[in-house]
Design a protein around this ligand. Structure first.
Ligand SMILES: Cc1ncc(COP(=O)(O)O)c(C=O)c1O
Length: 391
């Protein structure tokens, strides 16, 4: 048999998967592992989907996505993030932010082009860059700086091959939500060096006591930014698989071309449901955000009580405590916590695969606190017991 593509075999499967497989073999696990809100999706979305099915509203849509949906996306972006996109040619409906990131990178990269991002990072960035023919340049961040990106580090790794910077804030896995000033500096670097900015703002609505900075709202950013957003997190609609990309028309046209030939369009029923969510479910999103903030406050206090140093994350729905005080590395901590207390977290090592940042990878774990209160409380108590048992 001829070999599979090296670009694929050279990438290791996500470090998260191994622990999910382990957890599947343990009965009664409390999972803080999966990055999704265990929360019902907005009732208006369910009703719209059911009506669409009953009315046979299930044919292909425009390759760009339904126009009325794109109009709703444009209105929502204007209201919440102060950015303007023309629904006719500057917005593409995608099959999750996952597809949006893939299309963005494939639309701009030539073989060997370098793409900078900061780790710990969402596990897809590096592999998606590679699949698009690019070279990931991952920069480490540190707990001492609340895992915020340091623009000076970008300057140090720029080459004539650098094509883009991927930003993902608020951050999965750290919850880092940098200030506007940090992003302004990054935009300046992008302008000076003519770089694209791909900004994954899937957690943009999930901020607590701070403002989210939408990258394309910053002066000089719009024309070089591909903004990605979606419904998986703030709308609790992971399985509906809908996201969107916003960018200047020529970029959206390029992304649409790939989408057209590989996906045709994103699922129609899901588009209808997400449009209803946008138009009718503001109160549900507000309620989810409030609930997440309460969970965060409760859980981070518990982690600190357990002796696991954890500053308050300002966004997303993850805590990323240090486990250094336990003397265990993150993978051993995760395996033992799973087997001894039946609680699943994700080792920090899963999020530093491209920078190889041992300090952060060894000494942190990611806990998703977007779970029902009773599970969160029980999991927190078990973590406290586990740390105590280590003496
Ligand atoms: C930062 C980030 N981007 C993108 C995704 C994937 O989003 P979607 O479900 O819209 O494909 C996730 C999911 O965990 C994420 O955390």
């Amino acid at each position: 048999m001829k070999p599979l593509a090296r670009s694929v075999t050279g990438v290791t499967a996500s470090g998260i998967r191994r622990f999910f497989d382990l957890a599947a073999q343990v009965e009664g696990v409390l999972s803080l592992g999966v990055g999704e809100p265990r929360y019902p999706c907005p009732p208006a979305a369910k009703r719209a989907a059911i009506a669409a099915i009953e009315q046979d509203d299930d044919a292909y849509t425009s390759n760009f996505g339904r126009l009325s949906f794109r109009q709703a996306i444009a209105e929502s972006l204007k209201t919440h993030h102060g950015v303007t996109y023309n629904p006719n040619n500057e917005i593409l409906v995608t099959t999750g932010v996952s597809e949006g990131a893939d299309l963005a990178l494939r639309s701009i990269l030539e073989p060997g082009d370098e793409v900078i991002f900061f780790e710990p990072a969402y596990v897809s960035y590096g592999p998606t860059v590679i699949f698009a023919g690019g070279k990931p340049i991952a920069l480490a961040t540190s707990a001492a700086n609340e895992f915020e990106p340091d623009p000076d580090q970008i300057r140090k790794v720029l080459t004539n091959k650098t094509k883009a910077i991927v930003l993902g804030y608020p951050s999965n896995p750290t919850g880092a939500t940098p200030s506007k000033a940090v992003f302004e500096e990054i935009v300046k670097i992008a302008q000076e060096n003519d770089l694209w900015l791909i900004s994954d703002e899937i957690y943009g609505r999930l901020v607590y006591g701070v403002e989210h900075t939408c990258i394309s709202s910053l002066p000089g950013a719009w024309e070089r930014t591909i903004l990605l957003g979606g419904f998986s997190k703030a709308y609790a609609m992971t399985g509906w698989r809908i996201g969107f990309a916003c960018a200047p028309p020529e970029v959206i046209e390029a992304m649409m071309k790939i989408h057209q030939y590989t996906m045709l369009c994103s699922p129609t029923i899901s588009q209808i449901a997400c449009e209803a969510a946008l138009r009718e479910s503001e109160a549900d999103v507000d309620e989810l955000v409030k609930a997440m903030e309460k969970k965060r406050n409760f859980f981070v206090a518990k982690l600190n009580e357990a002796g696991l140093d954890c500053p308050m994350p300002k966004g997303a729905f993850y805590a990323f405590p240090s486990i250094k005080s336990t003397g265990l590395d993150s993978e051993t901590f995760t395996e033992r916590l799973l087997h001894e207390k039946k609680v699943l977290v994700v080792p920090g090592s899963a999020f530093v695969g491209f920078s190889g940042d041992v300090e952060t990878g060894r000494n942190h774990v990611r806990c998703c606190y977007a779970v029902p209160d009773d599970i969160l409380e029980e999991a927190a108590n078990r973590i406290i017991d586990f740390v105590k048992s280590l003496g």
